[in-house]
Design a protein around this ligand. Structure first.
Ligand SMILES: [Zn+2]
Length: 129
């Protein structure tokens, strides 16, 4: 028979779970921050009048104050948008800094004209980090 858990055991388990949750939330928030900076003009699901674009929430303090379920919903919406536009360019979604999601890019790399920080093909913002 297993030993009955003590209050101390439960406290330790709960503390470990809370710690894991904090680490997961930080990773999820970081992912949304990267995606919103990489794709500033993608629309996000919202009931807000006038809509909501990635660039509207592309700041650590805004994302930190956003409910974790909404953060995941936004990530899914961005992934879905990118997958719909270019279903065969999954790697570009994984590595937005390296690969262009636009079929107009001749070599699959982002193209920047003059001083523009946005890719002329897909709108990727090269200063997103
Ligand atoms: Zn591009």
């Amino acid at each position: 028979m297993t030993k009955r858990k003590t209050g101390k055991d439960y406290r330790k388990e709960l503390s470990e779970l809370n710690s894991k949750e904090r680490i997961l939330k930080a990773a999820v928030n970081q992912r949304l921050l990267e995606l919103t900076k990489a794709y500033p003009d993608i629309d996000l699901p919202t009931s807000r009048a006038g809509g909501l674009k990635c660039k509207d929430i592309a700041h650590p303090w805004i994302i930190q104050e956003t409910n974790i379920d909404a953060v995941i919903e936004y990530i899914e919406a961005i992934e879905q948008h990118l997958a719909n536009v270019h279903p065969h360019k999954q790697s570009a979604i994984e590595f937005p800094d390296r690969d262009c999601i636009s079929d107009k890019s001749p070599d699959g790399k982002h193209q920047y004209e003059g001083d523009s920080k946005h890719c002329t093909h897909c709108g990727f913002n090269k200063n997103y980090f």
